[in-house]
Design a protein around this ligand. Sequence first.
Ligand SMILES: *[C@@H]1O[C@H](CO)[C@@H](O)[C@H](O)[C@H]1NC(C)=O
Ligand SMILES: *[C@@H]1O[C@H](CO)[C@@H](O)[C@H](O)[C@H]1NC(C)=O
Ligand SMILES: *[C@@H]1O[C@H](CO)[C@@H](O)[C@H](O)[C@H]1NC(C)=O
Ligand SMILES: *[C@@H]1O[C@H](CO)[C@@H](O)[C@H](O)[C@H]1NC(C)=O
Ligand SMILES: *[C@@H]1O[C@H](CO)[C@@H](O)[C@H](O)[C@H]1NC(C)=O
Ligand SMILES: *[C@@H]1O[C@H](CO)[C@@H](O)[C@H](O)[C@H]1NC(C)=O
Ligand SMILES: *[C@@H]1O[C@H](CO)[C@@H](O)[C@H](O)[C@H]1NC(C)=O
Ligand SMILES: *[C@@H]1O[C@H](CO)[C@@H](O)[C@H](O)[C@H]1NC(C)=O
Ligand SMILES: *[C@@H]1O[C@H](CO)[C@@H](O)[C@H](O)[C@H]1NC(C)=O
Ligand SMILES: *[C@@H]1O[C@H](CO)[C@@H](O)[C@H](O)[C@H]1NC(C)=O
Ligand SMILES: *[C@@H]1O[C@H](CO)[C@@H](O)[C@H](O)[C@H]1NC(C)=O
Ligand SMILES: *[C@@H]1O[C@H](CO)[C@@H](O)[C@H](O)[C@H]1NC(C)=O
Ligand SMILES: [Cu+2]
Length: 563
Amino acid sequence: MVFIFWFFVLDGLLLICMAQNVHHYSFFLRETNFTRLCTTKSMLTVNGSFPGPTIHVRRGDTAFINVHNEGKYGVTIHWHGVKQPRNPWSDGPENITQCPIQAGKNFTYEVIFSTEEGTLWWHAHSDWSRATVHGPIVILPPRGKTYPFPEPYAEPTIVLGSWFNGDVMELIEDALSTGGDPNISDAFTINGWPGNLYNCSSESIYTLNVTQGKTYLLRVVNAIMNEEMFFAIAQHNLTVVAQDAAYIKPVTTSYIMIAPGQTMDILLTANQSLSQYYMLSSPFFDSDAEFDNTTTSAILSYEGNYTAPTTPVNASQLPAIDDRIAAYNFSSRIRALATEEYPINVPQNITETQRLYVTISVNTIICSNSSCDGPDGNRLAASMNNVSFDIPTTDVLQAYYRNLSNVYTTDFPVRPPYYFNFSGDVGNNTLHPTVGTKVKVIDYGEPVEIVFQGTNVLTAENHPMHLHGFSFYNVGNGFGNYNETTDPSTYNLVDPPEVNTIGVPKTGWVAVRFFADNPGVWFMHCHLERHSSWGMDAVLIVKNGPTNETSMREPPPHMPSCS
Ligand SMILES: *[C@@H]1O[C@H](CO)[C@@H](O)[C@H](O)[C@H]1NC(C)=O
Ligand SMILES: *[C@@H]1O[C@H](CO)[C@@H](O)[C@H](O)[C@H]1NC(C)=O
Ligand SMILES: *[C@@H]1O[C@H](CO)[C@@H](O)[C@H](O)[C@H]1NC(C)=O
Ligand SMILES: *[C@@H]1O[C@H](CO)[C@@H](O)[C@H](O)[C@H]1NC(C)=O
Ligand SMILES: *[C@@H]1O[C@H](CO)[C@@H](O)[C@H](O)[C@H]1NC(C)=O
Ligand SMILES: *[C@@H]1O[C@H](CO)[C@@H](O)[C@H](O)[C@H]1NC(C)=O
Ligand SMILES: *[C@@H]1O[C@H](CO)[C@@H](O)[C@H](O)[C@H]1NC(C)=O
Ligand SMILES: *[C@@H]1O[C@H](CO)[C@@H](O)[C@H](O)[C@H]1NC(C)=O
Ligand SMILES: *[C@@H]1O[C@H](CO)[C@@H](O)[C@H](O)[C@H]1NC(C)=O
Ligand SMILES: *[C@@H]1O[C@H](CO)[C@@H](O)[C@H](O)[C@H]1NC(C)=O
Ligand SMILES: *[C@@H]1O[C@H](CO)[C@@H](O)[C@H](O)[C@H]1NC(C)=O
Ligand SMILES: *[C@@H]1O[C@H](CO)[C@@H](O)[C@H](O)[C@H]1NC(C)=O
Ligand SMILES: [Cu+2]
C-alpha cells in the first residue's frame, strides 16, 4: 500500500512543496519447511520465502514495517545500510537498540530513508537467524529523476546466501556453549537455490531469462554468513555502477568480490550468442580458518529458438579461492561517482581526539581445566582493541536514553592497549582479550576517522567491518601495519567510495572517515557472523546536537520489553 502525502512548508514568502511516499509492509516470521541438498528442514523465514520479500521505496521515503513474530525465538530485524536519521529506535540489533520481539508479539519499525539510492537489504539481527531471515531493499531515484546511467530493461535481484543442513540457532548455541568453531555451511545459494554443482543436481536452479541486446541492472546482495565471495557470469562483463546504495564511477570487470553485508548494482548486457551461461559464486578466503569452499551456480538463459547446451557455458572467470590480488585489484578500482548531482562530503581534517585506531583480532578466552573445544582447550573469542564485546540484557539505547547504570561503560579504547607487530610474528601477545560492554561516545557533528588494523593474533583473516547509522568513506587501505605518520599522505580524499561495510584485508588496514551527524546508539561489528558472535563488536554513541533537529527522536510507543 502506498499513500502519498504532500507537505507545505511556509518559509517566509517561499512555498516549498515536496512529495514523500510512505509505504506499509507486514512481515510474518514463521517456521517453514524447505528442502535443499535433498535435506528437508524447518527454518524461520518471513512470509515463508527464502530469500524473503523485497522492499521497494524511492529515495527519501519512509516505510513502516510491522513484524509479527510467529516463530519460537525472540527476533529483531535490521535495515542494513539505511542511515535512519535520528531514529536508532528502529535500527534493530538485539540488545543494542532494542530487546527482541518475543514469540507471539509484533513491533512496527519506522524505516527512514534519506540519501541512500540503489540496493540495500534487511536481515534478522539476533543470534544466527539472519541466515534464513533476509531480503533485498530496492531504492529507486526520487519520482521524476532517473539513474546516472541508461535506463535498464529490467532489474532482477540476486541474493547470495548460506545453506546449513542443520538448524542455525542450535548450531551457534552449541558453538558458544562449547567454545569451539561453529560448523561451516553446506552450500551457498543464489536466490535460494544451491545450483547444480552439488550432489542433488535434480533440484531447481535459479534461472535468469534475458533477451538478447537488452541491458539489465542486477541488484546483488551478499547475505552469506561467513565468507566473502567472488561472482562472475561466463563470457559476460559486469559493469558495477553502485555499491551500498551510493553511485560509483562505472567499473567494467569480468568478476566482482563482494563481502557479507555489501550490495552492488551491476549492469549486464545480453550481448552474447543465444545460449545458456553459468552464473557462479565461490568464496574469496585466504586464511587457515575453516570455511565452506563450495561453488553455487545459477543460469543466465537467453530467450529464443536454439538448442540449449546440456551444461551451461562455463568460461571459468572466477579467480582462485585464495587469490587476494584478484580481490584487491577489483576492490581498489571502486571510486565514488562524486559529481555535482551526487556529491560527497568527506572530512578533510581530523583532530587527534576523533581518530580511532582499532585492532581487530581472533582470540581465545581461558577455560578452566582446558575444558572448552577451542585451541588448547580454550574458548574461541574475537575482539576490537583487545575488548571482546559482551552483549547486555538491557539494550544500550534504552540505558543511554533513560540513564540506566550497569549496562555499559564509556571506556572503549581508541588505541590498542599496547603496540606490537600486529600483522607479523605476534607471539602470544594479547591472545586473551578482556570482556566488556564498552562504548565510545562522540560529540554531534565531529569528523571521525577509524583505522581498522587486522592482526595475526591466533588466525589472520579478512574482516568486513560494518557500521550502523552511517555510510563512511573508505579513504585508505594497505597491507601490513598502519603507519600514522606516512600512510595518511596516501589517502584518497577526492572520490573515496561511500560504503557501510568495508573489507579489511588479512593483516592489513583500512581507514574510514565520516561526520558524526546522526545522533543515536550505533553498532559497529565484523559482518562475518562467527566473529561477531565471538565479540568483534563495539558501540558508538553519538550525542545530541544543540537543536531538536540534531537530536534523537522520541522512542515509539511500543518498544519490545526486556524481560
Ligand atoms: C506477508 O503475508 C501477509 C499475509 O499472510 C500479507 O498481508 C503481507 O502483505 C505479506 N508481506 C509481504 C511483504 O509480502
Ligand atoms: C515439516 O517437516 C516435518 C518433518 O521434517 C514435518 O513433521 C512437518 O509436518 C512439516 N511441516 C509442514 C508444515 O509441512
Ligand atoms: C501488535 O502489538 C500491539 C502493541 O505492541 C498490540 O496492541 C497489537 O494487538 C498487536 N497486534 C497483533 C496482531 O498481535
Ligand atoms: C525463466 O524461464 C524458465 C522457463 O520458462 C522458468 O521456469 C523460470 O521460472 C524463469 N525464471 C525466472 C526468474 O522467471
Ligand atoms: C569485456 O571488457 C573487456 C575490457 O573492456 C573487453 O576487452 C572485452 O571484449 C569485453 N568482453 C565482453 C564479453 O564483452
Ligand atoms: C574443499 O575442502 C575440502 C576439505 O574441507 C577438500 O577436501 C576439498 O578438496 C576442497 N575443495 C576445493 C575446491 O578446494
Ligand atoms: C526454430 O528453428 C528451427 C531451425 O533453426 C526451425 O526449424 C523452427 O521452425 C524454429 N521454430 C520457431 C518457433 O521459430
Ligand atoms: C586542521 O586542524 C588543525 C588543528 O585543529 C588546524 O591547525 C589546521 O589549520 C586544520 N587544517 C585545515 C586544512 O583545516
Ligand atoms: C538480550 O536480552 C534478553 C533479555 O532482555 C536476553 O534474554 C537475551 O539472551 C539477550 N540476547 C543476547 C544475544 O545476549
Ligand atoms: C606467552 O609465552 C611465554 C613464553 O612462551 C610464556 O612464558 C607466557 O606465559 C605466555 N603468556 C600468556 C599470556 O600466555
Ligand atoms: C612510520 O614511518 C616512518 C617513516 O618511514 C618511520 O620513521 C616510523 O618508524 C614508522 N612508524 C612505525 C610505527 O613503523
Ligand atoms: C523539542 O522537542 C521537545 C520534545 O520532543 C518538545 O517538547 C519541544 O517543544 C521541541 N522544541 C522545539 C523548539 O521544537
Ligand atoms: Cu571478522
